[in-house]
Design a protein around this ligand. Structure first.
Ligand code: U2V
Ligand code: MN
Length: 243
C-alpha cells in the first residue's frame, strides 16, 4: 500500500484533457492508495465556494469516490486555490491541512507544503501573497458579487502569466536557505512540494531529500511513498473521446 502526493493539476474549464487525466487517475491509480494528499493548485483559479462552475461539481463527485472507498484525501492550499473553503472541501470529502504539515509515514518523517512559501527570492510574489492572505481582504473579496470577482480573477490571471513569463528560473525556484531552514525546523527526512513545476528528487545532506512534483498537462505527476521507497512518477494518460 502507498501514500500518494499530487499538486499543480491547475484544473480549468479550458483544459478538458487535464481534467480527463485527473478523473482517470482518481478512478484508477488513486483507488489503490492508502491516502491521497493534494498539495495545492488543484484548480487554476478559485474565487469562492459559491462559484457555480460545473467543473467544481464534476471534480467533487469524482473525489467523493475516495471517501466511499475509505481512502482519506487531504488538501493543502496552493497559490491559486488558496480561497478553497471548508464547504467545498467537505463536499469533496477532503480534509483541509495547514502548511507546512509534518507527518510520519511508516516511521519516515515527511514535511509537505505547496512550495510557494519557499520561493523567497520572488519578493514581488511574496508581497502579493502577504496581501491576499490577510483575512479581512479575503472576507472583503468573497463578499463581492461573483461577476466582479470573475473579472478581477481574469485580470490577475493574465497579469500572472505575463509577469511569470519574464521572471528568471532562479527567482521563481525555491530558495535553498528557506528549504534547509524548514528541514532543520521540522527535523523531517523528506520534503515534498510542488509549485515550481520542476519535478526532481534532490539529495540533501544527512540522507535527506526534497522531492518536487511536476505540473499536470497531457501527463500526470505523482509521488508514491511506501515503507521502503519514495518514488516520483510521471505518467502519460491518453484519453480518447468517442464522439
Ligand atoms: O501558479 C503558478 C505561477 C504563478 C505564481 C504567482 N501568481 C499567482 O498565484 N496568481 C494568481 C493566483 C490566483 C488567482 S485567482 O484567479 O484564483 N484569484 C484572483 C483574485 N483573488 C483575490 C483574493 C483576494 Cl483575498 C483579494 C483580491 C483582490 F484584492 F485583488 F481583489 C483578489 C483570489 C484568487 C489569479 C492569479 N505556479 O503554480
Ligand atoms: Mn503553484
Amino acid at each position: 500500500m502507498s501514500t500518494l502526493f499530487i499538486s499543480d493539476i491547475h484544473l480549468c474549464a479550458q483544459n478538458s484533457a487535464t481534467t480527463a487525466s485527473f478523473l482517470h487517475f482518481l478512478r484508477n491509480r488513486a483507488l489503490d492508495a492508502q491516502a491521497l494528499y493534494i498539495l495545492g493548485d488543484l484548480f487554476e483559479t478559485w474565487i469562492g465556494d459559491d462559484d457555480p462552475n460545473p467543473l467544481h461539481h464534476e471534480i467533487s463527485v469524482a473525489l467523493q469516490i475516495l471517501g466511499q472507498r475509505c481512502i482519506p484525501c487531504y488538501f493543502i492550499h496552493g497559490n491559486r486555490d488558496f480561497l478553497l473553503g471548508k464547504r467545498y472541501a467537505i463536499t469533496c470529502g477532503m480534509t483541509l491541512l495547514s502548511a507546512p504539515q509534518v507527518m510520519q509515514l511508516d516511521g519516515l518523517s515527511v514535511v509537505i507544503l505547496h512550495g510557494d512559501t519557499l520561493c523567497t527570492d520572488d519578493s514581488e510574489y511574496q508581497n502579493f501573497r502577504r496581501l491576499v492572505h490577510q483575512r479581512w481582504r479575503q472576507r472583503l473579496f468573497l463578499s463581492l458579487p461573483l461577476p466582479l470577482r470573475l473579472r478581477i480573477a481574469n485580470r490577475m490571471r493574465a497579469k500572472s502569466l505575463h509577469v511569470n513569463a519574464i521572471k528568471t528560473y532562479d527567482i521563481m525556484d525555491v530558495n535553498t536557505q528557506a528549504v534547509m531552514t524548514l528541514m532543520a525546523h521540522t527535523g523531517a527526512k523528506v520534503m515534498i512540494h510542488g509549485h515550481t513545476h520542476l519535478p526532481a528528487i534532490h539529495r540533501l545532506p544527512g540522507a535527506r531529500c526534497r522531492v518536487v512534483l511536476g505540473a499536470w498537462h497531457r501527463h500526470g505527476s505523482v509521488i508514491e511513498v511506501t515503507a521502503t521507497s519514495v518514488k516520483l512518477c510521471e505518467f502519460s494518460v491518453k484519453t480518447t473521446d468517442y464522439s
